[in-house]
Design a protein around this ligand. Structure first.
Ligand code: A3P
Length: 288
């Protein structure tokens, strides 16, 4: 089980106590979503921080100032975390926020609004690897143990925000219609500029080719890694220790191949396939 010292359980989901308090979760439930709000929704380690960089730039015409001056957790805050109540008045419409919440746990005002959602999915094997290193560097998360032990926990949903399969299924079978855009981390890796164009179109925004080039360049892993407002270097070492593993770690797809034994991969595939069976949800990595 996820440790009681570090996590509280919210509707069955372990959430880290450091940023999720009873107040922040009540605030989430009562939050007044407006029609022009934009949410980037992810299962943890799927590209949340990346979207906190991308969204402000696409919404402001490519002005780099805010992303170089304001930490990511304040410029695009988490809907469920403590910072939101503190910074909400400083957000200028359209407000961009991120969330790890499952669909049915979004606030009632979200469901009755016209707010838009960009859902970013990532190969769960790469999520597992990314999360394993994140658990090593973050003192507010359980010690992951060995990679095999952590895989067991991940598959059992004894990790932050529960099972990956439940998360992706909840956001695929919605009645959001054209209010939701699905992208993958792998598409962002493969052709960032093209996906940024797709997001612009979805948000009904335009941007000059020059500005789009600038934003694309700024959001490349090597450049974003240097941005102190985005690489978590502002967080004290006793909370996040980048000497153990940097938050912006490798920024690639397919690192799982360096971590899974054939036996572990077979086990992982069996569990995930069984849970996705009948959901009608398919991903490009299913065929790998
Ligand atoms: P890795 O640990 O595989 O490197 P989240 O923000 O949801 O916690 O996800 C973190 C993951 O996204 C990390 O993956 C991190 O390196 C990756 N990431 C963040 N910004 C990125 C970028 N600009 N390009 C590629 N990957 C990025």
């Amino acid at each position: 089980m996820a440790s009681e010292k570090l996590y509280r359980v919210y509707h069955g989901l372990p959430v880290p106590k450091i940023a999720h308090t009873e107040e922040s979760l009540s605030y989430l439930e009562a939050f007044e979503v407006t029609d022009d709000d934009i949410f980037a929704v992810t299962y943890p380690k799927s590209g949340t921080t990346w979207m906190q960089e991308i969204l402000p730039l696409l919404l402001n015409g490519g002005d780099l100032q805010p992303v170089e001056k304001i930490p990511n957790w304040d410029r695009v805050p988490w809907l469920e975390e403590t910072r939101l109540a503190l910074v909400v008045d400083k957000l200028t419409p359209p407000r961009a926020m991120v969330s790890h919440m499952h669909y049915h746990l979004m606030p009632p005002s979200f469901h009755s609004s016209k707010a838009k959602v960009i859902y970013i999915a990532r190969n769960p094997k790469d999520i597992l690897v990314s999360s394993f290193y994140f658990h090593q560097m973050a003192s507010f998360l359980d010690d992951p143990g060995t990679f095999e032990e952590f895989t067991e926990k991940f598959l059992a949903g004894q990790v932050l925000f529960g099972k990956w399969t439940d998360h992706v299924k909840s956001w695929r079978n919605t009645d959001l219609g054209d209010r939701i855009l699905y992208i993958t981390y792998e598409e962002l890796i493969q052709d960032l500029r093209e996906v940024l164009k797709r997001i612009l179109h979805f948000l009904g925004r335009e941007m000059s080719e020059d500005a789009l080039d600038r934003v694309t360049d700024h959001c490349l892993f090597e450049n974003m890694k240097k941005n102190q407002m985005s690489n978590y270097s502002l967080v004290p070492k006793d909370i996040m220790d980048s000497n153990k593993s940097p938050f912006l770690r490798k920024g690639i797809s397919g690192d799982w191949k360096n971590h899974f034994s054939p036996e572990l991969e077979a086990k992982f595939n069996t569990v995930i396939r069984k849970e996705m069976e009948g959901s009608g949800v398919e991903f490009p990595w299913d065929k790998e």
